[in-house]
Design a protein around this ligand. Structure first.
Ligand code: NAD
Length: 396
């Protein structure tokens, strides 16, 4: 993996210059096909909705170590159109019913599951039964039992399971983790995260997000998870206790089964506090700030697909982090390609997805009990710190 510090202190995140995106708006310009490395890993993308069409398929063109090998869809017309667009033969198209026959397709090494959350567990288990590795979108699943079933199936098949926490492969967030580890902010006191968007029942992509059975928790499971995950990777520790409160207008047709606004607090063993909110009736927001005894660090936006920014506030003449934007989806898929080839460690395995689900469920339990404290069990410890593993160098 290439690692480079430029003269201006601009950082590069692995994968080489072909993945570098100079600015958010220039993403489309960078969409030219990338020369694939020998042994490039074939991905089957399951579910051709907004994320797959808008981000994943275009990013797979730009990845050096991974390429699109198959499409799995419930819509033959859509799959045929996308196969033609991406230069795949029709033999590389599978339906949800024929999915299991991917076992006989040697072109597929990884199955990338980009379906509604309630479908993640079954397709993960089926992919492992077919002998493939699995990259699964967040949130990992809907129930803790499903998460455990997915992890067990991966172990039984001796295959890798990675949860697609793109921010753990995104330069602003990895740089921020490094700044936290260096102690630039002083003693960490508080991480505060705000995640939300406006939902619309006329958008099929929001319909299942607003359905408790399919999403596992509305805004909290869909977007709050970024704030929970960021708080944990910024502090590099796990919460021992949480509280949550909800504010939901049940007359709003969008919120018949899920809560709208959920705010939470998390207590960490070091004494740091995490707080945050997720909401499905606000303008699009994915921001966080970390406050230490000496300085604070603001990422606003912090978790968008592009255009994230990072600044340090509070010290005199602090050098500001100069972060070069990269294709985080491409980085993530390249990273997992190297995980399955035994070249990189699995930084965000199933256990990492399960930990967020434990916290989400504890917050939901607290909400149901008027904000009562709920302890987090499990004893989870992150095996690899993205700050030192994923490979960014920064001047700050
Ligand atoms: P989407 O609704 O746009 O796409 C879902 C796809 O699943 C569609 O093609 C739909 O036809 C298909 N599908 C199959 N069975 C379905 C059913 N019973 N009901 C509804 N759809 C069904 O959703 P999306 O925004 O692409 O999200 C897919 C997954 O990706 C979710 O797990 C979501 O949380 C995750 N996601 C992650 C990010 C990220 O930044 N990492 C961003 C968006 C979504």
């Amino acid at each position: 993996m290439e690692r480079e510090v430029t003269r201006r202190g601009v950082i590069e995140l692995g994968m080489g210059a072909a993945l570098a995106i100079p600015a958010a708006g220039a993403m489309a310009d960078a969409a030219q096909a990338q020369q694939k490395s020998p042994g490039s890993v074939g991905y089957a993308v399951v579910g051709l909705g907004k994320l797959s069409i808008g981000q994943i398929l275009p990013a797979l063109k730009r990845t050096k170590n991974a390429h699109l090998a198959a499409l799995v869809s419930g819509s033959p017309e859509k799959a045929k159109r996308l196969a033609a667009e991406y230069g795949l033969p029709e033999t590389a198209i599978y339906s949800y019913d024929t999915f299991d026959s991917i076992a006989k397709d040697p072109n597929i090494q990884v199955v990338y599951i980009v379906l509604p959350n309630s479908m993640h567990a079954d397709f993960t288990v089926r992919a492992f039964k077919a002998g493939k590795h699995v990259l699964c979108e967040k949130p990992m699943a809907v129930t803790l039992a499903e998460c455990e079933r997915m992890i067990a199936a991966g172990k039984a098949a001796n295959r890798q399971l990675m949860i697609a926490y793109r921010c753990q492969y995104e330069p602003v967030n990895v740089t921020a983790m490094q700044i936290m580890r260096k102690g630039t902010l002083g003693t960490p006191r508080l991480v505060s995260a705000v995640m939300g968007k406006q939902t619309d029942l006329s958008d099929p992509s929001d319909v299942w997000r607003l359905d408790m059975a399919m999403s596992g928790g509305g805004a909290l499971a869909d977007m709050g998870i970024y704030g929970i995950n960021a708080t944990r990777y910024l502090l590099l520790e796990e919460p021992v206790e949480v509280r949550g409160w909800a504010r939901t207008d049940r007359n709003d047709p969008r919120f018949k089964t899920v809560d709208d606004l959920i705010a939470w607090q998390m207590r960490f063993p070091s004494g740091a506090i995490g707080e945050g909110s997720s909401c499905f009736s606000q303008p699009g927001t994915m921001s966080w700030q970390a406050i230490g005894s000496d300085r604070r660090m603001v990422a606003d936006p912090g978790c968008f697909y592009g255009g994230n920014s990072l600044r340090i506030v509070g010290g005199k003449n602090d050098p500001q982090p100069q972060v070069k934007e990269m294709d985080q989806f491409g980085n993530e898929m390249n990273w997992f390609a190297d995980v399955v080839r035994g070249k990189s460690p699995n930084v965000s395995p199933g256990e990492e997805g399960l930990q967020d689900m434990r916290i989400i469920h504890a917050i939901q339990q607290s909400v149901a009990n008027g904000g009562a404290s709920v302890k987090i069990a499990g004893g989870y410890r992150r095996a690899y710190d993205p700050a030192t593993t994923v490979g960014i160098r920064t001047s700050v």
